[in-house]
Design a binder for this molecule. Structure first.
Ligand code: SF4
Ligand SMILES: [Zn+2]
Ligand SMILES: [Zn+2]
Length: 339
């Protein structure tokens, strides 16, 4: 097998493009795909500061690496979820990458800073762990980005993740979620811009990028992922892709090009009903925002944690920062992991 660009021996094949690449040309291919996603969707402007949601996995570390290679001012944010040894390991990979490259990695820990963790929240709320986890991530990535003056939050969601979410949303005709499913969600009052620069790359490509760039990442899946609906959709799409390479990209990229605009109004009308959460100031459609509600339920019965939450809430109000916080609703089954 020869490299499509330079005819040197190939090390990676990308069936979707019916092409194989040598190491250098593959790394260039990945950067070109990210550049194209950024340009096609106006994700970033020159001089923007980006906060990359870092999980320690291949996608988020690849996103951070490529954004830096493309010359963007990109820092990381690691969120400690309290998922036993999985969280310990993922934290280690995230911090090792940052220190090896001399980069800024902010860190928030759910237990230390908010008095609960993902397994505890799942038990307390009787919800699937991914629901509590995704909600916490969306709220805190947004909050930290607003507080620290970043222009955008970048996540490592790749083509496989997004195609699986699209399938789930289409199966239920979740029109408001379909309206929000896009590689860029613009900033609005209380919301920083959200971007998905890996949306043109499959997870096999992001894994190969990390291996060929010598980026160490946590290989194990989160133990809480087992049985979640999103994984089932991914498996179905992988079977389809095996029979007909390119199906996933045609499904997802065709949606962005030809169908997304038909649903954008459904998402906009939901945003029109937002008001500030009385606890933290985040825009919400409820009496209090979903994050404050989750935090209150997850810390019930733990007096120390409740006190911690109360102290943080008071501090947030007195500093005047909380009015800018936000919790975005999410598609069901969304790939809530940062990578
Ligand atoms: S699978 Fe992802 S979203 Fe679910 S609990 Fe684990 S890290 Fe969070
Ligand atoms: Zn080559
Ligand atoms: Zn709130």
């Amino acid at each position: 097998m020869k490299c499509r660009r330079c005819r040197a021996p190939a090390v990676v094949d990308v069936r979707r493009h019916n092409a194989a690449f040598c190491r250098e040309c593959f790394l260039r291919h990945v950067r070109e795909q990210v550049r194209r996603a950024i340009d096609d969707h106006d994700m970033l402007q020159p001089g923007d500061r980006v906060l990359v949601a870092i999980s320690g996995g291949k996608d988020s570390l690849a996103a951070w690496d490529v954004l830096r290679e493309l010359g963007y001012d990109a820092d990381g944010l690691y969120l400690g979820l309290g998922i036993g040894s999985y969280s310990d390991e993922s934290s280690r990979y995230a911090h090792e990458y940052a220190s090896r490259h001399g980069l800024t990695l902010h860190s928030v820990d759910l237990a230390r800073d908010y008095g609960y963790d993902v397994p505890g929240a799942a038990v307390a709320t009787r919800r699937a762990p991914c629901g509590a986890c995704g909600l916490s991530k969306r709220h805190l990535f947004n909050e930290v980005a607003l507080e620290r003056g970043y222009d955008a939050v970048a996540t490592g969601h790749n083509l496989d993740d997004e195609a699986a979410v699209l399938l789930g949303n289409v199966l239920r005709w979740e029109t408001a979620y379909l309206g929000r499913q896009h590689p860029v969600l613009p900033a609005a009052e209380g919301f920083v811009r959200k971007i998905k620069p890996l949306v043109r790359l499959g997870e096999r490509e992001t894994a190969a990028y990390c291996v060929l760039s010598r980026i160490d990442y946590i290989v194990e899946e989160c133990p809480m992922a087992a049985g979640n609906r999103h994984l089932g959709y991914k498996e179905l799409l992988n079977e389809l892709e095996d029979r007909s390479p390119g199906s996933k990209a045609a499904f997802l990229l065709g949606y962005f090009e030809r169908a997304h605009s038909r649903f954008a109004g459904d998402a906009a009308s939901e945003r029109a009903h937002l008001r500030p959460c009385p606890e933290c100031g985040a825009p919400t459609t409820g009496d209090i925002c979903a994050f404050c509600s989750l935090r209150a339920r997850a810390t019930v019965g733990d007096e120390a944690a409740v006190e911690l939450v109360a102290r943080r809430t008071a501090r947030g109000r007195s500093s005047g920062r909380s009015a800018r916080r936000a919790t975005a609703p999410a598609p069901p089954g969304a790939p809530t992991g940062a990578g």
